[in-house]
Design a protein around this ligand. Structure first.
Ligand SMILES: [Zn+2]
Length: 142
């Protein structure tokens, strides 16, 4: 299995960022000495979220193909998550776990989480829209 530092090295190489000092500057680390550790074997197999944020700031959109937020999030313990979620129908932002996902989409998300790959696009409804939909389907007396 590829280790965390090897995955970070692959992203770094692909990003086209030339030096570790440049990476540190882009991500807002103090300097080269703060990023060196990411390219050597580490005790943790996951990237901690504070560091993930810095890698996202430094690398997303760079390279061919462009590095995505999901690729960096996939290295964290949380795994690839969608940062901005909204109701597919009314566009209300959805926070935490209060969204309702169609079963078919849910299965694809579940598979992606298990494989630790970026999440596929999916449709999610807020509680109010789910309520409205169930009233339409089953009447008010559910
Ligand atoms: Zn809604």
């Amino acid at each position: 299995m590829t280790q965390l530092h090897e995955k970070l090295q692959a992203l770094f190489d692909r990003s086209g960022v030339k030096t570790q000092s440049e990476l540190a500057r882009l991500g807002g680390w103090k300097g080269r000495s703060s990023v060196q550790r990411f390219f050597k074997p580490m005790p943790s197999e996951f990237l901690e979220s504070g560091s993930a944020k810095k890698f996202i700031q430094a690398m997303v959109g760079r390279g061919h193909p462009p590095i995505t937020k999901g690729e960096i999030m996939a290295l964290t313990e949380v795994g690839p998550t969608i940062i901005e979620r909204a109701c597919w129908f009314c566009k209300t932002p959805i926070h935490a776990c209060f969204g309702f996902v169609l079963v078919r989409d849910y299965l694809a998300i579940d598979a992606a989480i298990k494989a630790r790959t970026p999440l596929p696009p999916f449709r999610e409804l807020c509680g109010i829209c789910v309520e409205k939909a169930s009233q339409l389907m089953f009447g008010d007396d559910v």
